[in-house]
Design a protein around this ligand. Structure first.
Ligand code: GTP
Length: 335
């Protein structure tokens, strides 16, 4: 049995101003916070104890997730006063864990349908120090790439380059041997990607890649956040967290959560999701968009490829496209 750590303490600057009051992992995709989708994935792989490694806006998580019993999980919270970087966050979270089970670390902004159970099994069969999920991208120039040898061992962590030597990249889900995590210095700002992994490879540590090209998306940019939600609604990504009890209606075109009020003449399509308590007026048309819990869309309004945050109101007949709408203002999404 493995335990989990979810890294949810980053500032989410690329999603400002949505992340001004809501940490990125608590933003809604397909009716639920990103974190809830990730916890469902962890649970499917048999992980029930998870530490949320929080820092920025740490207070937002506990009121929603509590002790996790609602999900049949045991959730714990580690808080960094100042963000410790990914390595420091993992070390800090481990203080709440006992035992020597494998530790599975998830970046809190990734939607992935990869075979996590197999990743854990391979890690243990290889007696690895760390096993990283790697995914293949068409063009690795925007990422650092991670080459492996014929036995699956990682041979290097390479920075972004014009001619990447491979198109496999770090997908942000790691299985660690517990002793490797406890060897990270305590209360120190340190990055796993930039420091710990490259150093382990250099010292011939047993660092393995688990290549799995199932659905994978880093939702850290505005366009990706919307795409992630649409993919969960359409079925391109597995929406394990959604249960029939939560849903009023669901098709590949739209997801309407229970407790939303959608006028019978409104059209919801393009993989849009409508959150609990949202109100959609007569003749409104919502396409390719996320409407968070409690947001209100006026009559005959047209909302396209946009994120309407909780508490926002869109006036009758308004035309909103490629924007973030908060309770204060409308912000165009940079393309
Ligand atoms: P940007 O500011 O837009 O780059 O987003 P970010 O702050 O989330 O950074 P990034 O996407 O690189 O982080 C990857 C994951 O690690 C996210 O889930 C973050 O929440 C998390 N993370 C990054 N830095 C820290 C940290 O110092 N502490 C904790 N607990 N989590 C972190």
């Amino acid at each position: 049995m493995a335990v989990g750590i979810l890294l949810v303490g980053g500032f989410g600057t690329r999603l400002m101003p949505l992340t001004k009051n809501t940490p990125k992992p608590m933003l809604t995709v397909a009716g639920l916070p990103v974190t809830e989708h990730q916890l469902a994935m962890a649970k499917k792989a048999g992980i029930t104890t998870v530490v949320l490694a929080t820092s920025y806006l740490s207070e937002v998580f506990i009121p929603y997730f509590g002790d996790g019993s609602k999900w049949g999980m045991n959730l714990l919270y580690a808080v960094e006063k100042e963000p410790l970087g990914t390595g420091g966050a993992i070390r800090n979270a481990t203080k709440l864990l006992t035992g020597d089970e494998s530790i599975v670390v998830f970046n809190g902004d990734v939607l992935s349908s990869h075979n996590l159970s197999q990743q854990i099994q391979d890690h243990e069969a290889n007696n690895a120090d760390v096993t990283l999920h790697l995914t293949t991208v068409d063009d690795a120039r925007a990422y650092g790439c991670v080459p492996t040898d014929s036995a699956g061992r990682v041979t290097a962590f390479l920075e972004k380059m014009d001619n990447p030597v491979t198109n496999t990249i770090n997908a942000g889900c790691y299985v660690f041997k517990a002793s490797v995590v406890t060897a990270i210095p305590e209360d120190t700002v340190i990055s796993v990607e930039r420091q710990i992994f490259p150093e382990l490879v250099e010292k011939h540590g047993r660092v393995f890649g688990f290549i799995d090209d199932s659905y994978w998306l880093d939702i850290g940019t505005p366009t990706a956040l919307l795409k992630g939600s649409v993919d969960l609604v359409s079925g391109a990504a597995k929406a394990l967290a959604l249960t029939p009890q939560m849903i009023q209606s669901h098709s590949p075109q739209s997801l309407i959560m229970k407790g939303a009020t959608v006028d019978a003449t409104a059209v919801i399509d393009g993989g849009s999701s409508i959150g609990i308590g949202a109100v959609i007026g007569q003749g409104a048309h919502i396409t390719g968009s996320i409407v968070e819990a409690g947001a209100k869309i006026g009559k005959a309004a047209v909302v396209t490829n946009s994120f309407v945050a909780a508490g926002a109101q869109i006036l009758d007949s308004a035309q909103i496209s490629t924007s973030f709408v908060t309770n204060l203002k409308i912000f165009p999404i940079p393309q």
